[in-house]
Design a protein around this ligand. Structure first.
Ligand code: UDX
Ligand code: UDX
Length: 470
């Protein structure tokens, strides 16, 4: 099939490359001419596993990049809209980019086409897209508007595309459903997975993925519900972690017991400094706003957002508890991206914590494997950037772990202890075992677990000496 994807950001670029990989002819469109030029020259604008391989495989063959919306739409059977849907000041989604794309494609429809919402949008957006296109003289029976939400996590977006739990098609006509079924046929009939060059299958993946066909409105709504539910899971466990801290329980043990209940499941139960990124925060606000607009006060979402904000504040308090005063302290920060595996810093809790510590008068030496270029654009001169975790740690009063990059869970602890001014680690992602950190000689604070403090260490070694002497 011929597919146009409008918007070549984190979602559009990955989806476009994956559509090409399952055999379609794809034109990726963006109104950022610099981005298009870079893509045509072979640049890969974002850090995403397997994306460079897919772009190299299909660029100039089945995958083209263009700034010309009209021509791309004219040439296509399906047009996926993947432009940004940021929050307005009121918290609802700013759909002006979607509207402008809808206007832009109206005049280029010609023969029957399916217009598909790929960006996360509030329920009723498909109706508005249709209305705008009709207003701009698209013929009523020349197009349908469908919703095909993405479930791609940044960092594993390519794998998530091919090895998704399900493909959701929201469509209101049989004709439109048939087009979308055909697009995804290489996945749903299993043929893609037989290819020797298929993207490797992750451990848990079920193939072929099932297809869930719903009305367009249901698909729009289920995407918001899905992100809100996942965010709720994270805030829930963060709230439980706070109770654990008060009573001396261990949240990781609680997670093990809770997550093995198959009705709950172990995923998205990692406590930390809260969720961030371009989706959860924005989508929760938008879901809250659309529910209110239609007469339902979704107060549960307020609390999910409140717990999430609080988690950052609690972390800064933890740093204060470890160091007493903050002004003039030098802190090593590991992780600036909103999560591991990406260079994306949008609504990053790691960045927010770093900024809060700068405001408290701390000097920061930061390291992130992928997000430093983007972070440099928003952080002040109080932040230095290091070339690895050890350089960041040199002479710091404490080391803070803010993002769950795999390499931060495998640090050489002896080397680290030798570099830090004091062996203090405040871990916002629970990457280490407190007992192991105690043995390695660290004062160690984490989320929802008893801290390993100097006093505790001294008491323990005194008890050990007493035992030995007796
Ligand atoms: C976007 C949405 O924000 C998100 O809600 C959704 O789930 C997926 O799409 P993302 O891909 O991360 O997320 O956004 P971004 O990386 O900002 O990419 C959007 C792209 O669209 C940019 O490259 C921008 O230049 C382009 N764009 C924007 C257009 O081509 N035309 C426009 O009118 C506006
Ligand atoms: C999300 C959705 O998961 C994906 O399906 C969607 O379509 C795009 O938005 P993404 O924002 O890329 O993906 O990352 P995700 O893995 O969901 O993590 C979001 C945030 O939650 C990150 O800040 C992460 O650190 C945090 N998180 C995640 C936790 O704090 N604990 C967890 O257990 C899981």
């Amino acid at each position: 099939m011929r597919i146009a994807v409008i918007g070549s950001g984190y979602v559009g670029l990955v989806a476009g490359a994956c559509f090409a990989d399952i055999g379609h002819e794809v034109i990726l469109v963006d109104n950022d001419q610099q981005k298009i030029t870079g893509l045509n020259q072979g640049q890969v604008p974002i850090h995403e596993k397997f994306l460079p391989e897919l772009l190299a495989r299909h660029r100039g063959q089945r995958l083209h990049f263009s700034g010309d919306l009209h021509t791309a739409v004219e040439a296509s059977d399906a047009v996926f809209i993947a432009v940004g849907t940021p929050s307005t000041e009121r918290g609802d989604a700013d759909l002006s980019y979607v509207e402008s794309v809808a206007r832009g494609i109206s005049g280029a429809i010609g023969r029957y086409k399916v217009v598909v919402e790929k960006s996360t949008v509030p329920v009723y957006t498909s109706e508005w897209i249709r209305k705008i296109m009709l207003r701009n003289a698209a013929a009523p029976d020349s197009f349908d508007v469908a919703s095909n939400p993405e479930f791609m996590r940044e960092g594993t977006a390519v794998s998530d595309f091919f090895y998704t739990d399900r493909i959701v098609i929201g469509s209101d006509t049989a004709r439109c459903t048939a087009v979308l079924r055909e697009i995804y046929a290489p996945l749903t009939d299993g043929s893609y997975y037989l290819r020797p060059d298929a993207i490797p299958r992750p451990d848990r993946a079920q193939i072929p993925p099932p297809m869930v066909v719903t009305s367009t409105k249901s698909a729009e709504l289920l995407k918001h519900a899905c992100n809100a539910f996942l965010a709720r899971k994270i805030s829930f466990i963060n709230a439980v972690a706070s109770v654990c801290e008060s009573v001396g329980a261990d949240v990781q043990q609680v997670v093990e017991g809770v997550g093995t209940d198959s009705r709950i499941g172990p995923r998205f139960l990692n406590p930390g400094i809260g969720y961030g990124g371009s989706c959860f925060p924005k989508d929760l606000r938008a879901f809250r706003a659309v529910a209110r607009e239609h007469g339902y006060e979704f107060r549960l979402l307020d609390e999910v957002m409140h717990i999430n904000e609080d988690q950052r504040y609690r972390f800064v308090q933890k740093v204060r508890k470890a160091l007493w005063t903050l002004r003039g302290k030098r802190l090593a920060v590991l992780g600036l991206a909103f999560k591991g595996g990406t260079d994306d810093i949008r609504e990053s809790p790691a960045l927010a914590v770093t900024q809060a510590l700068v405001a408290e008068g701390c000097a920061i030496s930061a390291y992130d494997p992928a997000a430093m270029d983007r972070a440099r654009e928003v952080l002040t001169s109080s932040v230095e950037f290091a070339s690895d975790p050890y350089e960041a740690a040199r002479d710091a009063d404490a080391l803070l772990i803010l993002t769950e990059w795999e390499e931060f869970a495998a640090l050489d602890l002896n080397r680290l202890r030798g570099l830090l001014k004091y062996p203090i680690v405040v871990d916002g992602r629970n990457l280490y075992d407190p007992a192991a950190m105690a043995v390695a000689g660290f004062t160690y604070y984490s989320i929802g677990r008893t801290a390993v403090t100097e006093e505790g260490q001294q008491l323990q070694s005194a008890a050990a000496r007493k035992f030995k002497n007796a």
